[in-house]
Design a protein around this ligand. Structure first.
Ligand code: ZN
Length: 133
């Protein structure tokens, strides 16, 4: 794994949270993108080398909606950048981690992604992501 690619924060409204994080980081949201397959709308901000992903549910059955119902708004996941997501998925499987998808999925921001179950990672949902051009 190369580095933390972004930190994901579950929010009720990407618009309202975007306004807050724009003030906090003193930079504008540079991209808003809906990922229909995940039932989520995302907004991205960049601060120095660090990226924040805000996630709003667009579907009441989506993972983000369930997370907010259970825990409220807050930090949702840490994403690590990888060069070869399939190799990392295989490596983690061998190490005994539980992956939430068997094959990489298309995520926001031109990434292939895979999530690692938080039960095996001390309560933190981990995302692997590989850029695709
Ligand atoms: Zn993410």
């Amino acid at each position: 794994m190369n580095k933390i690619e972004h930190i994901g924060i579950a929010v009720n409204s990407v618009k309202l949270a975007g306004d807050i994080y724009e003030k906090l980081l003193n930079t504008a949201v540079y991209k808003v993108e809906e990922v229909a397959s995940e039932g989520v709308k995302t907004a991205f901000l960049q601060s120095g080398p660090n990226k924040i992903e805000l996630l709003e549910a667009t579907d009441p059955d989506s993972p983000i909606a369930k997370f907010i119902t259970k825990k409220g708004e807050g930090m949702h996941h840490i994403a690590f950048e990888v060069n070869d997501i399939e190799a990392e998925m295989q490596r983690l499987k061998v190490e005994g981690f539980v992956l939430l998808n068997d094959v990489p999925k298309l995520g926001a921001d031109n990434k292939l992604v895979c999530f690692v179950h938080p039960k095996g990672t001390n309560g933190v949902l981990i995302e692997l992501c590989q850029s695709i051009g």
